[in-house]
Design a binder for this molecule. Sequence first.
Ligand code: SAM
Ligand code: FES
Length: 392
Amino acid sequence: MKKSGADGAEPSSFLLTADRSSAGVRRVVVALIPASIFNIRNLMQNPLASLAHLPNRLPSVAEVLALLRTQGDELAALYAAADDLRRRSVGDDVHVRGIIEFSNDCANDCEYCGIRRGSKVTRYRMTQEEIVAQAVQAHAWGCNTVVLQSGDDLWFTAERLCNIVRGVRQAGVPAVTLSVGVRPLGELRQFAAAGCDRYLLRFETSNRRLFKKIHPDETFARRLRCLKNLREAGIQVGSGFMIGLPDTSLTTLARDILFATRLKLDMIGCGPFLAHPDTPLGGKPLLEDREIYFKAMAVLRLLNPWAHIPATTAFDALAPDGRNRVLQIGANVFMPNVTPGKYRRLYQLYPNKPCVDEDGAACAICVRGRITGLGRRIAEGPGHSLRGNKGN
Ligand code: SAM
Ligand code: FES
């Protein structure tokens, strides 16, 4: 039913309010109010406007750029709006997803990555038994999802990966995410049948020319097809991009944010690009304005109320409290590294990767403290997609 706003005017955007009834299932009432959006001044002037996002259209690149250029009081309002929307849409719960980096072998030579084919790093592969045992341990530490990530390691055939996923699920871990690169639809279907709930595959950049340059073994079209195939296989889709890749501008970032939004992802995982010295992109500096990384996350939340958004590890390499800050401007997922300590130094995608000297237990305890210290709760349950059929 089409509703008019409080003053009877034709609605132009949504007001989101959380309703925590019905057996813990968070329902959201969408009431329509008249408000102009994508304008930070409106967010500041109208106390309701901080709730009034997502109109019936996506913002233009220029509107996203305006949000990314906010400063001072306006920036504070932008962050407050993103945090407010996060609380009202996905709530105060933080989903804890333990990541096990189970192989650093990689067939690809992506120009940014510390474990690329050409890297001289010592290679390792965890055994199926090791992976399942570590997943069980991660669950005992409070991770209801285990994320199994590797380089594009084709030694791990679909059959081997299915055995691992099955083993992890049968051992009582509520949910499994795979992040193993582009795989054909047939394999994705096998993963789903084995109990894989979600998949993480970043598109890295929406700039086709840049994608081609930094991915000598990949095509953008193939990656997008894989994201589409994941849906067809019934797997929840996570994707995203690196912020601040070399030779990109603020306009590239605005386009990446809009591209991610158009994909209607269940999970949006983004983080700063951090140059690894032993790669072709080594030596490329961070963005001069460090705040851009955080602004991008806030804008992503404003445009994607229902997506799970992790505070990714790379934010801690940017600033010691990086992940905490991201949790306070829209993120609702934390992914502690639960890879066994002896492998961590060998999975350095970028320098200064945090927690390489810790073990999984230390990370799990640290995460608990960080989340509760921010006044947030650790989520119970598997933390599946909240998008459902909300159509946004
Ligand atoms: N092989 C799988 C894939 O390509 O999807 C998963 C592993 S891959 C190493 C995981 C992610 O690490 C990539 O999607 C990329 O965005 C990120 N990454 C790699 N090198 C990075 C760097 N130098 N700075 C920031 N993120 C990086
Ligand atoms: Fe391994 Fe890119 S270097 S997937």
